[in-house]
Design a protein around this ligand. Sequence first.
Ligand SMILES: [Zn+2]
Length: 335
Amino acid sequence: MNNLPFGIVAFYVFILGLCIGSFLNVAILRGLSGEDIVFGRSRCPKCQNQLAWYMNIPLVSYIFLRGKCAFCKEHISFQYPLIEFISGLCFLGSFLAFGLTLKFALVCFILSLFIVLSATDFKETVILDYHAYLLAFVAFLYSVFKFSDLTIVQSLLGGIFGFLFFEIFSFASRKLIGFRMFGEGDSLIAIGIGMLFGIKIFLVVAVLSFLIQCVGSIPLLIINSYKQRKIQLSVAYLIVLFSIFLLIILNYIDINNSFYLFFAIFISALLIWALKNILFEIRTKKMILDKNENKENIENPPYCLLPFGPALIFAAFLCLFFLPQIKEFFKIFIS
Ligand SMILES: [Zn+2]
């Protein structure tokens, strides 16, 4: 391996990532439908024709078939090339960070599980238990092999803490506003993430994931409430989003003190008005749900348009590769 030029190895690692991505697509679809992952050749989900090997080359086939099935010309979901490409990039990224080592292999395994967990959560807001437990197992191996600074005990404590963290939040929100703030799947993912990072860094991951969830879902909430002609509500969401960006930006620039005070009071007043509106919306929705006596629906937060799992996983991904930069980012808020 040492004789091969770096670029060529990197290219092959990317190709390997594409192929694994192709397998991950199968794991996602058959995981959701309950089919066997390993056996059975790939078929077109529409016409059930078996695919020849040359119709099944990651990324390449999708481009040459122009996103259509060779038999029935049905559009092939963009999920296939997207997952393959993301997987290729993840493999390439961990090769650039860790070289061809055992750590590289474990990180690739973890990232593959991240991809599968996010995809099933995005597609059907489902997190399969065995995906989450597998993540916990690989995360545990990660500290057994000393790839993190954690002892085995710290890793185990991190897993327990991660689980309890989201369960307690969910329990409290169920008592206070009537529905779980996070799904049960989120608590299961948190076991693996807690084991990977330990208690301290897990808290960083959790805060970062809240931030990602806000920035990711608030634009959708704005559009959604605007479409429903709830203009006041969409303005309220806009103010929350604006305040988050402001909080981040203000920490990077120096401004005059008395102006800052005036500004802070003004923004706080706006924010209180906005939160009052949003809380009113949540209460109204809860009342509608209670009237329907549809207990199934109460499990799902009625105010959220995106599942939380992918945000949690994306935060963990960022901390896996960019922990020093993220610590620096949060230090600004603390000092
Ligand atoms: Zn077809």
